[in-house]
Design a binder for this molecule. Sequence first.
Ligand code: GLU
Length: 464
Amino acid sequence: MVVTRFAPSPTGYLHIGGLRTALFSYLWARRNGGKFYLRIEDTDKKRNSQAAAEAILNAFEWLGLEADGEIVYQSERDDIYAKYIKQLLDEGKAYKCYMSKEELDALRQTQMENKERTMYDGRYRDFDGTPPEGIEPVIRIKAPQTGEIIVHDGVKGDVSFQAEDILDDFVIARADGSPTYNLVVAIDDALMGINEVIRGDDHLSNTPKQIVVYEALGFDVPKFYHVPMIHNAQGKKLSKRDGATDVMAYKDMGYLPEALLNFLVRLGWSHGDQEIFSMDEMKELFDPKDINKSASIYNTEKLDWLNAHYIKNTPNDTLVALLKDFDMKLEEHDKKEILLDALKERAKTLKELANMLVEILDAPTQYDPKASKKAFKSNAIEVLERFANSLEEVQELHLPVDYHHVMEKVVNEMEIGFGKIGNPLRVALLGKMSGPGLDVVMAVLGPDETLARIAKAVLAHAQD
Ligand code: GLU
């Protein structure tokens, strides 16, 4: 059975890069009918916060990513880590190191002067004398001093690390007894039965250390997939400016979870040249062996394109519910179907959709001067008045086509082109030249509001 996990450190919000590896891990477990666990790595009491852990859970909920079983919090597992630290000490695989901070600094200084790699020199590795007074020891693991450690990586292939280049006897417990990252990750992955680890390649250099821990404790080493980073268009690591913000900020900007997940699955993974993936398809098709070896590029236009696609395909009643978050109350509006059918084809985000709705539902408070100038020349006012009169004569005005017929009638009677009525009417109804079809706008507004807006515009432009 494939067992994966996502193991964020709650130091801030959940960001795009983290979410992507979470998604990969989730999909791979689901594809195999396996398990996907969530572990909050909150051992760093200074940098971690409860609020950040909750933000991660909120984001998971919004996106519909469900973890299996209980969420594991490392901060609740000190006893477990202490037990394994003791085991390593008892078995002679780890030892107490009494080197003072001053000694360590001096060693570093000398190594730097000699242009050597700065590393611990193993001076307490075989120490059996009387410990110096007044120093709380750290605990170091006995790492191999020669030979190589090979990470069999599912993305990068076999990556070999020379023990003497990368390992010293690294600290597994600090002087205050708290365990370090490389120890607890390995213990938890082993105890949780994780056998496939998909994570960012910024962790690749930690992996040999974790392998040392797995081996010292007699645990099986999982399969690793180290996923290349996400870059911006300039080929640099993604920054806040490029959109590497809190995942929940995407919700506020009006992105749909389906769009964001579809966008992320394609960042560094592909299946032929397919771009649109439903959640079911992702679960059916995702395979970490197809993860790209090179960094992927974050592209906002692509995200917008996907979001537009998903908005277009979202049922109207779902959109009505989602738009509530954008202060748009459409439940009671009797023309909401017509309105949404017309607008959801055009919106890249829910926020944009809400703005388009406001622009139609709220009467214009001013008229774009350029548009007015273009629309209200020659006999525009006369045309609008004729249109208003014709509209008043019609009893049944419900659908866009009903209004279209009235426009046609005026155009034919006055022997003018459609633009001669369309332009001033558009300015009268919306205050500007852009927007959806006027027949749709009028059907949504109804005859009374349409006539009121025309009258107001005629008055405003007659004074010019
Ligand atoms: N807690 C680590 C982080 O947030 C991830 C550890 C891992 O995936 O192995 O970067």
